[in-house]
Design a protein around this ligand. Sequence first.
Ligand code: G3H
Ligand code: 13P
Ligand code: ZN
Length: 284
Amino acid sequence: MALVPISDLLKKAEAGGYAVGAFNCNNMEIVQAIIGAAEAEKAPVIMQASQGAIKYAGLDYITGMAKIAAESASVPVALHIDHGTSFEQVMQCIRSGFSSVMIDGSKLPLEQNIELTNRVVAVAKAVGVSVEAELGKIGGTEDDIHVDERDALFTNPDEAKEFVERTGVDALAVAIGTAHGQYKGIPELDFPRLERIRSLVNIPIVLHGSSGVPDDAIEKAIKLGVRKVNIDTNIREAFVKACRDVLNKDEKEIDPRKVLGPAREAATAIIREKIRLFGSSGKA
Ligand code: G3H
Ligand code: 13P
Ligand code: ZN
């Protein structure tokens, strides 16, 4: 199948009350793990490339691998840029064949975020590519957020309403207590805020930094309108642990396939688990 925009997948997820997994890919083994897991679960899936992935593998390799993976798959697959940094970069991705983009203007003041997002939406919509934007500061697990800072950093529901009305984006990433990377403790999500956002904003909500969020919190977030759940760190952990296990067992191993093969299997297993948790198994 050809790559599909995320809006197609998320509309169905909205109707069915589940979420679609968005998994970060950095190399061939992870691309194969994402597709293998989605096929095994008969689930729609989003493959996404971060800034780091584009730097590491190169945009053309990412697009090439994703297109081959999608063409050989019987489930719908979207290729999405994760945290797009500029209008120019997002345009490059569209030109290269991405079916969906994220423009992350969350570090900008509201008006500038709206302006940048609108420029992307105008072009993307014209060529059938979906757009995800971000409002609020998601940050990393190293950025300790004190309780009194939460209000300033988390997504303001009224601003979210205004942002969506003035941009027409297909999906909105919100800051409600998750962070990128490994958590030090257990993250506490601001569900009343999510509920308020969802009551004002009638488009799919995206949860970033979802690795390490307890399963029951993910399930609750999906009940409250999250339709795209981003996972990267859990894949990295499974992949590298499998490599380490092989090398610890036999330090003389020199065949990369003997190291990366089990890593691909471990990544497939964790992605399958997440797909089931998000309720998208059997929804292709
Ligand atoms: O959005 C965060 C992702 O985990 C990407 O991180 O740029 O190091 O690949 P990365
Ligand atoms: P984690 O690495 O914390 O799973 O976050 C992934 C993400 O949000 C990618 O945009
Ligand atoms: Zn993210």
